[in-house]
Design a protein around this ligand. Structure first.
Ligand code: 5RP
Length: 222
């Protein structure tokens, strides 16, 4: 059973006519977007906000009506993947480098659903490197500050070049390790000028959908 596929397709069932929907990024979200494309072909009437250029292209090819973030004042439902998540729904995202747009969309959404395979469920987050989107201007200063915090930073690369986000910025991955002191990291990292956004998505959703070999599990926040 493809765990990512069944999670993505199940989440699409929460989309209803008339909704403005945030479309996430990554391999799990891709299955969800495919399903949404099928639903639109079968008559579903929605408008969607993609969280990356890759998702925008996929959605366009599938004929899903799109809006830009500047055209909306609300989003009804956002569905996106995660890199790891604990039982209190503290998540790390940004493995695909789309964290900035993903956070803007999730923050605006009335409801957020994270979709995933079982491997994403962890006791404590921190093993997956925490991405920071940073301005190119002065990024080496930000990098040095992360070294000083002891966060073992690595510049994200694209072959021999620095990885560049859809927004024209760089990514610094912090290899901190689990269990991470989430609140301490949040405060330190957000205090550094030049950090535009982090991959900490803390308690932003009330429902997660996990694909397992026995089928999908829907877990709701207590
Ligand atoms: C992209 C993300 C993705 O949602 C996250 O990396 C999960 O990806 P996948 O579904 O491919 O495992 O945050 O920035």
């Amino acid at each position: 059973m493809n765990q990512k596929k069944i999670a993505g397709e199940k989440a699409a069932e929460y989309i209803k006519d008339g909704m403005v929907v945030g479309l996430g990024t990554g391999s799990t979200a891709k299955f969800m977007v495919d399903k949404v494309g099928e639903m639109v072909k079968n008559g579903l009437k929605i408008q969607a906000i993609p969280t990356s250029k890759a998702t925008e292209q996929q959605a366009r090819e599938l004929g899903i009506p799109l809006l830009s973030i500047d055209e909306v004042d609300h989003i009804d439902l956002d569905i996106d993947g995660v890199d790891e998540i604990d039982s209190e729904f503290n998540a790390t995202k940004g493995g695909g480098g789309a964290l900035f747009r993903e956070k803007v969309v999730a923050d605006l959404a009335k409801e957020v659903i994270w979709i995933m395979d079982e491997s994403k469920l962890v006791d404590s987050i921190g093993a997956f490197p925490l991405p920071l989107e940073v301005l190119p201007y002065g990024y080496k200063i930000v990098f040095k500050k992360m070294e000083d915090f002891g966060y073992n930073p690595k510049m994200r690369m694209n072959g021999d070049d620095l990885f560049v986000t859809d927004n024209g910025n760089y990514i610094i991955d912090l290899c901190i390790g689990a269990p991470a002191d989430i609140e301490d990291i949040r405060q330190k990292v957000n205090s550094v000028v030049g950090v535009l956004e982090t991959g900490q998505f803390l308690k932003m959703c009330k429902r997660i959908i996990v694909g397992t070999d026995e089928g999908v599990k829907i877990i709701e926040a207590e």
